[in-house]
Ligand binder design. Structure first.
Ligand code: HEM
Length: 148
């Protein structure tokens, strides 16, 4: 959510009054785009920003509820994502099920260092190269049978 935010530029805002931010004058009526992608990669805010280190959040008070401006995967303010709580739960449940039910590996001859995490920059950030993984069931077969 920090390195590869779903919506890198949030929803456009309009400034309601003249303002100055970091020395830049922003007149009233200006369309403003907030790049959470740049914020997430900013070395002034993050140690080794290019590194995926989820443990950096252990014991941290940083949250994704729109109050900590260095981490805004769901935006902030009036137009913040109303589905953030559902979104987080769906991700956790889906990931937990995939890890619980299947053994995951890379295709023969592919190392994790070779995986590209490049993304296509646009309104959202899909992978540039699809992830290819080998998936094997690891639970008793009847648990995968669809209920009829
Ligand atoms: C991990 C999952 C999700 C992510 C990362 C995400 C991210 C975002 C972001 C960044 C915005 C723009 C917020 C802003 O500009 O301040 C947004 C808006 C929105 N999201 Fe989500 N979202 C997710 C899941 C969901 C779900 C599950 C729903 C609905 C069930 C939802 C409904 C909406 C709606 C309706 C808006 C527009 C709100 C407005 O403009 O007032 N999102 N989302």
């Amino acid at each position: 959510m920090r390195l590869h935010p779903v919506a890198p530029l949030l929803v456009p805002r309009l400034s309601r009054e003249d303002a100055t931010v970091a020395g830049y004058d922003i007149p009233a009526g200006t369309r403003v785009l907030v790049s959470v992608w740049s914020i997430g990669w900013d070395p002034a805010l993050w140690d080794a920003p290019e590194e995926f280190m989820p443990e950096r959040f252990l014991g941290s008070k940083l949250d994704v509820k729109g109050q900590d401006y260095e981490l805004l995967p769901f935006g902030s303010g009036r137009r913040m994502c109303p589905g953030y709580s559902l979104g987080l739960k769906v991700i956790q449940v889906s990931l937990a099920n995939l890890l619980h039910g299947f053994a995951w590996s890379l295709p023969d001859g592919v190392t994790k260092e070779e995986l590209s995490m490049e993304e296509i920059f646009g309104l959202s950030t899909p992978r540039k190269f699809p992830l290819e993984a080998v998936v094997e069931p690891k639970l008793p077969a009847h648990l995968y049978a669809a209920e009829v």
